[in-house]
Every structure is written in C-alpha cells, then in structure tokens.
Design a protein around this ligand. Sequence first.
Ligand SMILES: NC(=O)c1ccc[n+]([C@@H]2O[C@H](COP(=O)([O-])OP(=O)(O)OC[C@H]3O[C@@H](n4cnc5c(N)ncnc54)[C@H](O)[C@@H]3O)[C@@H](O)[C@H]2O)c1
Ligand SMILES: [Zn+2]
Ligand SMILES: [Zn+2]
Length: 398
Amino acid sequence: MKAVTWQGKRTVSVEEVPDPQIVEHTDAVVRVTSTAICGSDLHLYEVLSPYMTPGDVVGHEPMGIVEEVGAGVTHVVPGDRVVVPFNIACGHCWMCRRGLQSQCETTQVTESGCGAALLGYSKLYGQVPGGQAEYLRVPHADHGLIKIGHQLPDERYLFLSDILPTAWQAVQHAGVGEGQSVAVVGLGPVGQFAARIARHLGARVYGIEPLRERRDMAARHGVEVMAPDDEALATIREATEGRGPDAVVDAVGMEAHGNPVAAGAQHVVGILPDVLGRKLMSTVGSDRLSALHTSIDLVRRGGTVSLSGVYGGAASPMPLLRMFDKQLTLRMGQCNVRSWTDDLLPLVEDPADPLGVQDLVTHRLPLEQAPAAYEMFQKKTDGCIKVVLDPTATDRAN
Ligand SMILES: NC(=O)c1ccc[n+]([C@@H]2O[C@H](COP(=O)([O-])OP(=O)(O)OC[C@H]3O[C@@H](n4cnc5c(N)ncnc54)[C@H](O)[C@@H]3O)[C@@H](O)[C@H]2O)c1
Ligand SMILES: [Zn+2]
Ligand SMILES: [Zn+2]
C-alpha cells in the first residue's frame, strides 16, 4: 500500500510499504478514506527528528471503512464506517475507567516515560504506524473505533479523531459556559473549534491570531477577532469591565508564529538526554512562550488558563508570582478523545452544523501530494488552514 513516511527533517515522502495485518486478536484493519494533517505533525516534521526513523508512517487523524477484524473484536465488523482516535487506549484499565485515555496504563510507553501510545507519533509514543496511508492497523479496536453512519460526508466526522475533542476538552477545562467570556489565543484548526464550541455553549468569545484568513474564518462563526498586539488586550479588558475574560484557551503551543524551529527545540528539550538537551536549550530563548504569557496576563483574577497547544522544556521560565497572586487555575494535557465522543457526535450530525465542521478544510488533496501539503501547511501559504489527504484519490490515479 501507499503511505506517507517520515524521511528526515522537513522531508516526508509517499512510499510503497507492506499492508498492515491483524497482529493481536483485539486489532482491526481500516481502509482509510480521509486523513488529515495536524499541527502536531509539524513537530515531527521539524524537531522531533531524533525520535523518528526514516520510513516511519505518520498521521493520526484518519477515518474509513473496517476491512478486517481480529477474533476478539465484537464492537465493529467489516464494512462498518469508523473514525479512529489518535490515542491508543484499552478502555478498561484504571486510567481509561476514569476517562484518562491519554494516560492508558495498558499502552503507556514506559521506555520513554510518556503516556498512552499514539498513532504515527515517534518512538516517544510507541512508534506505531500512522494513518496517512491507504490502510491502518488499529490496536484495541473495540474501545478505539467510533462507529458512524454512512450518509454524511467524511468532513462531518473526521475531526472526532483529534482536533474537535481536543478543542472540546480545552473549553471544558476552561469551565466556560453561558454568559461567560473567554479569549482563544491562536486560531489554527484547534483554536477555530475551541472558539466555536465556547460560542455554542453561550460564551462571549474573543479570538487572537496574527493571520488574517484565520481571523476571517473565526469571525464567520461569531468570534470577535483581533491581531495579537497591546490594543487587542486593551480591547478585551475594556469589554470585561477591566478584569479580563473568565478563561483563556491557549491553542498556539510551541509552533508560535515566526520561528517554528526554536519552538519545537524548546518542546523537546525536556525529554532529550541531558547533554543534547542543554545544548539545544542554550540556543533557544523563551520567546516561544509568548502566547502562554499573554494568556496568563490577560485572564481575570481567579480565572482559568487552559492549554491545548503542546508545550515542554524543563527550563521554561513561568511567571509564578503573577500566577499565584492572580489565583489562577491552569489546566492542560493531551486530549482524552473517547471521553467526549458522546457529546460531539450529535453536534457533527446536526443538519445545522452548529460547530461549522464543514467550514475548516481549505485543501483536500490526493495522498500522493503529502510532501507539498506538509510544506504548505507549515509555511501557511495558499490560505492553508486544514489539509485532508485522500488515499482513494491515489487509487484512482493508479
Ligand atoms: N492537546 C492535544 O491533545 C492536542 C491535539 C491536537 C493539537 N494539539 C496542539 O495544539 C496546537 C495547535 O494546533 P493546530 O493544529 O491548530 O496548529 P496551527 O499551528 O495551525 O495553529 C496555531 C495557530 O497559532 C497562531 N499563532 C502563532 N503565534 C501566535 C501568537 N503569539 N498569538 C496568537 N496566535 C499565534 C498561528 O498563526 C496559528 O494559526 C499545536 O501545538 C498542536 O500540537 C494538541
Ligand atoms: Zn493531531
Ligand atoms: Zn487503558
């Protein structure tokens, strides 16, 4: 089959690789019909290189049709249409029973000290072949696979794999509801959905983002948008009686605008071997924390900062005095995808499309065009906001 493979820093290629097989009796194999590129894939593309091996199959936002199931799988059968969450979780361990699938104790990658294994996400997360491919092996298929209907288009459901529950969790962590105010910093795909979800739940939402086309998209969904500057902060403060919003969602992470290399280097520095980590740290400043510092500064006293953007770096300086004095709550972490499916499924199937899931994708391309798509998404050219790769278009081309 064809698959998108990591080959080196800033290099992916589409290669012929062996078809995935059922290995464990709890596995399924899915024929992929749509598979998105995520902001998190840009970390692999850029700075998680030390943890990648040339040939690794990437991708963690897929959906498709069940092709084959292991003897122990009872929840799905071949022919079912499914979405595949990026967490690989068993569904029955201590963590999974508490809704913490991203910490699943059955799949935790203890060698690297990380949480649950993830699809297509480096040695740190188990080196499991990912979903930017024609076929995908899904471990723990009974718990993982989200069974859906056959009527609506892929884009309605695809984002249940990652960014929609990620945004939902960020808003839940922020504790935002009717009549409250929230600022969303960063209007990439995760920020777009976080802002729309907060609106849907009845909040007044301010969106801060440097790129015009992303601000325009959010404005279409009732978000009050602005560029990241002092004026934006003053405007939001003024609108909130000088206090600042009840919560701030940081949907930027370490790929902060202008210098993705530095951003990622700081992300990995906390998990690299000491010598290498120190060397990296000496070449990296703390400017990549600008979105986080903005969030801490902006939120009202007693409010919540909710991080969905990925952060790291053992030596990252934090304004603890200010955080303590303002009596802030800080929530963060990888999404527990399966915990939010029941809340989100009715919303993506609603004919009124209340979260605007059909207004996010700017590019749908054949799988074969992955190398150009990665470059476009990283450089944010051609108005690119979200790319979906289509392996079935690859089929037709052959
Ligand atoms: N927690 C999770 O489970 C989870 C899941 C998916 C993605 N993520 C992370 O969420 C983050 C966002 O993902 P995405 O797909 O939306 O990526 P993205 O890179 O497209 O979005 C980031 C956005 O932030 C904007 N930005 C950069 N600097 C800014 C600043 N100083 N102020 C305001 N905006 C700024 C960028 O222009 C961009 O639009 C990434 O770090 C990604 O790894 C986390
Ligand atoms: Zn993702
Ligand atoms: Zn588990």
